[in-house]
Write a protein that binds this ligand. Structure first.
Ligand code: 8DG
Ligand code: MG
Ligand code: MG
Length: 145
């Protein structure tokens, strides 16, 4: 029988804010290998965006965030991947419960390591393509007040 046609999937990524910095890690993946991306992953059946953001962050870094807020959503087709894929990605933001908590690389097969990067003048390169597009369009994950 023929393989089922590909369908879009839902990703949830989270901006963990600490002072003027955000948490980024270099991906080990067939999609965006070696580029710097936010922690995040696939929305599971029955999960809210908030639950997914909190769970993926915990699984990937061990970090705990308080209440999360929805920021924006993107739709991205990754044609360069071995299996072309399409993600609708939900971007959340959260703040550390304990600002001194240190990120751990809990999924070393998926990420080379996490670190804090100043949003205004020291974002690492190359950024994961969807994030690069957001930054270039002037997107800012910090509260505006
Ligand atoms: P899981 O098995 O833990 O659920 O998934 P994962 O291995 O952690 O998935 P992921 O690739 O980290 O995230 C799922 C998709 O979300 C990713 O393939 C494409 C989309 N996505 C974006 N931007 C970002 C981003 O900045 N970070 C992450 N992690 N995913 C993103 O469009
Ligand atoms: Mg994950
Ligand atoms: Mg992930």
């Amino acid at each position: 029988v023929a393989a089922p046609p590909p369908v879009p999937r839902v990703g949830v990524a989270v901006f963990v804010l600490k002072g003027k910095s955000v948490l980024l890690g270099r991906r080990r993946s067939s999609i965006g290998d070696c580029t710097f991306a936010l922690p995040g992953g696939h929305l599971e059946f029955g999960e809210s965006f908030e639950q997914c953001a909190t769970r993926e962050l915990k699984e990937e870094t061990g970090l705990d965030i308080g209440e999360t807020e929805f920021l924006t959503a993107t739709s991205t087709v990754f044609l360069e991947a071995p299996k072309p894929s399409h993600y609708v990605t939900i971007f959340m933001r959260g703040v550390l419960v304990d600002p001194d908590q240190v990120p751990q690389t809990l999924e070393p097969e998926k990420c080379y390591g996490w670190d804090w990067y100043d949003w205004d003048d020291s974002l690492p390169k190359p950024l994961f393509w969807p994030l690069e597009k957001m930054v270039n369009s002037g997107f800012n994950p910090f509260p505006s007040n």
